[in-house]
Design a binder for this molecule. Sequence first.
Ligand SMILES: Nc1ncnc2c1ncn2[C@@H]1O[C@H](COP(=O)(O)OP(=O)(O)OP(=O)(O)O)[C@@H](O)[C@H]1O
Length: 355
Amino acid sequence: MSALTVTGLAKSYGRTPVLTGVDLHVPAGTTTALLGPSGCGKTTLLRIVAGFDDPDAGSVELGGRVVAGAGRGVPARSRGIGYVPQEGGLFPHLSVAGNVAFGLPRRLRRDRTRIAGLLALVGLDAALADRAPHQLSGGQQQRVALARALAPEPSLVLLDEPFSSLDAALREDTRRAVAEALRATGATAVLVTHDQAEALSTADQVAVVRGGTLAQLADPRTLYREPRDLDVASFVGEAVVLDGAATGGRVASELGELALGRPCPDGPVRVLLRPEQLRLSAGAGVPARVRGVDFYGHDARIELELASGLRVSARTEGGDLPAEGAEVGVVVAGPAVPFPATAPGVPRTSEPTPA
Ligand SMILES: Nc1ncnc2c1ncn2[C@@H]1O[C@H](COP(=O)(O)OP(=O)(O)OP(=O)(O)O)[C@@H](O)[C@H]1O
């Protein structure tokens, strides 16, 4: 498996710039998720890496070899890249074994042990080997597609929204099986997704694509806890954003005096909290009115209205939930992350309701 390095990559379609200078390094044996809203250029980036499209500028290096840019263009078939498309793309006239064998060198195509090993790798029983693709669930089809992509031991595996057509339960199982198979083979992989939970839970690092470039490249925990700006913060999870005044590493805010997660100059500041940091407490904390309760089973999202009319979200375990209209106390756990008071594009959790 090889490291992937993308440098200064640019691509326009007609006069519309799609990628405007992407720098990305994926260390060998790790998985990077490309996360971004629809139309931000994730697939375009993946297609250039795969060799299906050429960049206008910049380069792609695989294992230290330039495969695109700088006057070079190694054809897709010679890059040693495995590709898993959105919906499997299995050959309908071949059995599961036939599909997986397609990825193997000719001399190994009849090796049932090898094929069973690849199916086991993606969590599938060898008994499925003789089925046709249409006799499999969507999740099983995606696992077969991954087994086929891994069969030739590619230098890099690209997965283009591989779980997007699956329903929630199947999606989670398939995602986990794919992540385990990638880890077990030491694959270098790039996963395109617009699902932040999928990106955070699957990848070693997440690249947030915004405006044709990378807004941030970081490991999942850093990205969630220390986003570069409030736009990234709200893209990778729900954000509670408050204005306040910082003094000596603490900030006075509408949710009381909060500790700051990193140093910032004294003065006006805008801070980020996550809804799971807001704890409801009877008889303690800052008073708030419950304006909505979304019950999800394992947890619940409580919409709270603060004294100023600002609405914020709390995430709590799904057990003892307050009634709508109830007055509760809010206590904040853990530090707030400071941003400049003038941070652009600030996504307030909710605008204050008019008086
Ligand atoms: N072959 C093409 N010709 C013209 N425009 C294109 C072409 N391919 C993509 N685009 C445009 O480039 C932009 C980026 O598309 P791309 O498919 O890379 O986005 P994406 O982030 O993968 O989106 P999604 O999550 O919806 O798949 C879009 O505005 C799209 O309409």
